[in-house]
Design a protein around this ligand. Structure first.
Ligand SMILES: Nc1ncnc2c1ncn2[C@@H]1O[C@H](COP(=O)(O)OP(=O)(O)O)[C@@H](O)[C@H]1O
Ligand SMILES: [Mg+2]
Length: 258
């Protein structure tokens, strides 16, 4: 399968001196769900923001190629116009606008005949958004806000949908609903790059993934390979192979194999 997005040896710094990404390389294939996992502070958000062109003068080094075009250094609007749509961790909603108004903004600038069909498709995927149409976004539950953010993103007709911790703060049942929707979106042909701390949830839907730790990719593979990896099982999935492993993180730091 061809790579839709190719990130090569990307280095991103804050304030020109604090390294957040130390040479990250990843290839996201057309049509797949790819999960970037790792602990807090690993650089997951920085990676998505770098791809979206939201960090000025970054990446400092490396290349980002989307659909054959080198897009690093482009303005965020130009990158978005290629079909890279980013749902940030805070969902990026207009909190004082209604659900319907937020969705209208997703349709902003679209004059094509499919706009109404796309809105209908979002309502089919998340019927609650029709029920809540007149309600201000800030009055929605966390799960409903995430659905609104994803629904609005779909109205941009993304080729690559990037999501930052879509399950964050959601009850497990609601997080599962959101992930079911992502699976459905993927079946519709949209490529998805998602970032999560919840490895179990993300690897449950992703085809492939990578673990980031302190700005570096430490492990990459199919979801099956990652779920079978001993370190991943101990540290991220909480499956202790031995009593010693159950002692946790400090042991892992000493014994880890990457
Ligand atoms: N705006 C910022 N200014 C300075 N440092 C930042 C900023 N945002 C993130 N960082 C630092 O970059 C590193 C990666 O952060 P981040 O990408 O947010 O990680 P993650 O999303 O995996 O939790 C962390 O050390 C964090 O402190
Ligand atoms: Mg983050």
């Amino acid at each position: 399968m061809a790579a839709l997005l190719k990130v090569s040896s990307v280095e991103t710094l804050y304030f020109d001196r604090i390294y957040a990404l130390f040479g990250v390389s990843l290839e996201i294939e057309e049509g797949e769900i790819f999960a970037v996992l790792g602990p807090n502070g690993a650089g997951k958000t920085t990676l998505l923001r770098t791809i979206a062109g939201l960090l000025k003068d970054q990446p400092k080094k490396g290349e980002i190629v989307f659909d054959g075009r080198r897009v690093h250094g482009w303005q965020p609007e130009s990158i978005a116009r290629l079909g890279i749509v980013y749902v940030p961790e805070d969902r990026g909603l207009f909190r004082e606008l209604t659900v319907a108004e937020n969705l209208e903004l997703g349709l902003w600038g679209r004059r094509d005949a499919r706009a109404a069909d796309d809105l209908a498709a979002v309502h089919r995927m998340f019927p609650i958004l029709r029920e809540r149409a007149g309600q201000e976004a800030e009055t929605l539950s966390g799960g409903e806000q995430q659905m609104l953010a994803i629904g609005r993103a779909m109205l941009r007709r993304p080729r690559l949908l990037m999501l930052d911790e879509p399950s964050l703060g959601l009850a497990p049942r609601i997080a599962s609903l959101v992930y079911e929707a992502l699976t459905e979106i993927s079946r519709g042909g949209t490529t998805i790059l998602l970032v999560e701390q919840n490895a179990r949830l993300a690897l449950g839907v992703a085809r492939r993934g990578a673990f980031l730790e302190t700005g570096r990719v430490v492990l990459e593979g199919t979801s099956q390979e990652l779920m079978a990896d001993e370190n991943v099982r101990e540290v991220y999935l909480g499956v202790a192979a031995t009593d010693e492993a159950a002692k946790g993180w400090r042991q892992y730091r000493k014994r880890r194999r990457w």
